[in-house]
Write a protein that binds this ligand. Structure first.
Ligand code: NAP
Length: 332
């Protein structure tokens, strides 16, 4: 397969403001025997991209310095050792970096077929959020049918994936959000209760709603500001799963409550996991949820699509926190 040698990509001129993201030309990445080259049609924007842009989240060793953790598109080159993938196949993939570009290379086991009936923009919005949520709720959290789950940041890309996976799994879902529009949005996605944290104290509302029983699992991206309340809200042997610290890291904890209730505090970050660990998540997600994506029982929820050259606008929107669900960049 012959491709041109150069591609457009988004260069980060220097760490800092969104305007430092500019469109530039670079050589198309070269693949090894275990990789495929994807002609990118769309790329998802994620909050970790903002941190990387600001210089607060260094890409792991060996990863592309180009931003972008998930893409969709068509396979244009295939490494010699790659199995079960075809040239021109429509796919989406979790990538180690390099998504904000017209071409992106990826380890072949992180590539999944686009669910039937889904377009490139929607497919690009699946990997980062659904891989993260699946791993944290099912592997770390071991959530079960009828569990009550509290999801902070319900209208985020992560939150929207979490609400849907929990509901499909038969759980009761409580979520926190920053305004009324987001409350309604999360209810429409299936949340049983959506709390506006600017209007009420979620500790009091959840305690009342659960008749003092509390919740089984909390998926938290807020950190410090919510930690004490989170601990108080968990049932005996409940689990707090931390995936980010939007309000700052947790550096102090009173272990009295943790000990008496035998709580489990855990969490994870997806990007530094090994290729094999991510391949396992891809396989499980595909097996358990691809039919649900095809049937639209679950779906990525797109708020706005920007052209690749306007990546800076996408970042500004994400930082405003006005969005509901996912922001996507398209190249075609
Ligand atoms: N551990 C991992 O592997 C992993 C992977 C992907 C993402 N993440 C993390 O998960 C989080 C969500 O990612 P995303 O891409 O889905 O982000 P997103 O769509 O931008 O959503 C983030 C939401 O968090 C809320 N928020 C922002 N700042 C806040 C603050 N200081 N206190 C409380 N809430 C705040 C906002 O909603 P409200 O207006 O409702 O507050 C915002 O819409 C990010 O922190 C990201 O870094 C972790």
């Amino acid at each position: 397969m012959k491709t041109k040698n150069f591609m457009n990509y988004i260069k980060l001129k220097k760490y800092g403001v969104a305007e430092n993201l500019i469109i530039q030309k670079a050589e198309i990445p070269k693949i090894n025997d275990y990789e495929v080259l994807i002609e990118v049609y769309a790329s998802g924007v994620n909050r970790p991209d903002i941190l990387q842009r600001k210089g607060l989240y260094a890409p792991p060793k060996g990863a592309s310095k180009i931003l972008g953790l998930e893409v969709s598109g068509k396979i244009k080159k295939i490494g010699k050792k790659v199995k079960n993938l075809k040239i021109n196949q429509k796919v989406c993939a979790l990538v180690h970096g390099g998504g904000y570009a017209e071409y992106c290379k990826v380890f072949y086991k992180h590539v999944l077929p686009i669910p039937k009936g889904m377009n490139f923009n929607e497919a690009a919005a699946i990997p980062e959020n659904f891989f993260t949520v699946w791993y944290n709720l099912f592997e770390r959290g071991q959530i079960k049918k009828n569990d009550t789950i509290l999801i902070h940041g319900g209208s985020s890309g992560i939150g929207t994936a979490a609400i849907q996976l929990c509901k499909v799994h038969g759980c009761k879902v409580i979520t926190t959000v920053g305004n009324k529009k987001k409350q309604l949005y999360c209810k429409n996605l299936g949340a049983d209760l959506a709390i506006d944290y600017n209007k009420s104290n979620f500790l009091e509302v959840v305690t009342k709603y659960t008749k003092n029983k509390g919740v089984d699992v909390i998926l938290d991206m807020v950190g410090q500001k919510y930690f004490e309340k989170n601990i108080l809200l968990l049932k005996d042997k409940g689990k707090l799963i931390m995936i980010a610290f939007l309000s700052g890291s947790i550096t102090k904890a009173d272990f009295t409550v943790i000990m008496t209730k035998r709580l489990i505090l855990t969490g994870s970050t997806l990007r530094p996991r090994t290729d094999q660990e991510k391949a396992k998540i891809a396989k499980n997600l595909h097996k358990s949820y691809w039919t649900a994506f095809t049937k639209k029982t679950i779906k990525p929820n797109i708020y706005k699509i920007f052209y690749l050259k306007d990546a800076f606008k996408a970042h500004k929107l994400m930082e405003s926190s006005k969005h509901l669900g996912k922001i996507v960049l398209k190249t075609k």
